[in-house]
Design a protein around this ligand. Sequence first.
Ligand SMILES: Nc1ncnc2c1ncn2[C@@H]1O[C@H](COP(=O)(O)OP(=O)(O)O)[C@@H](O)[C@H]1O
Ligand SMILES: [Mg+2]
Length: 238
Amino acid sequence: MDQTLRQPQAIELEDVHVTLPSRAGAVAILRGIDLDVSLGEAVAVIGPSGSGKSTLLMVTAGLERATSGRVAVAGKDLGTLDEDGLARLRANKIGIVFQSFHLVPTMTAIENVALPMEFLGKDDAMDAARDALEEVGLSHRTTHFPGQLSGGEQQRVAIARALSTRPTLILADEPTGNLDLSTGALVMDLLFTLKERTGATLLLITHDRELATRCDRIVSVADGRIVDDGAPVSASAS
Ligand SMILES: Nc1ncnc2c1ncn2[C@@H]1O[C@H](COP(=O)(O)OP(=O)(O)O)[C@@H](O)[C@H]1O
Ligand SMILES: [Mg+2]
């Protein structure tokens, strides 16, 4: 098919390397990652601790620069953008959910959710933040500070914040890693529901194989490389 007629992929990684300096010399953290994720797809990334999963997410978000190779999000080559350009692309297109929530402790739930919309200059940021909190079932927690919320509630605030700008790409790094099993399951149901409702693409890093099978594809990372990439095989089907 003619390349020019093809819709851009949500994510394109081409031979991406990340090499970081360390006391012991340069450390190769990503060693030639090739990954295409199409629009609306849900892709799980699994692999042992230290294999490079978080670094993969960080280069996709433009929070870490690739040492070499090509990273494109929604057809935009991140290598062509300066820090402002990257921040703008993130604000417009990407919602990120971290294991440790990353809420601003001195801001209330609603202020945390409004933050990315205010960055984009939306004048109805607080109203939209209220709607976003309602969507995650936290209408009764708008003026609470992160420290006054449970882990599950904090992660729901973080999800509301990540999705309030209606990003086309959701990046989630072990979003249930700090939650107990049942709270984690509720948070993931919510994330998948919102992903479906908005038609966003999802890249989900998880330790949880069961959770990974809810995605369209599972990518296995080991030692900075992709070692497996395919449709999930559920235990009952095999
Ligand atoms: N800033 C850094 N400097 C040096 N090494 C790093 C840095 N960040 C991560 N690493 C190393 O890179 C490897 C991959 O890290 P990471 O992407 O966090 O893996 P994962 O998320 O799969 O556990 C680990 O060995 C980690 O210690
Ligand atoms: Mg990690």
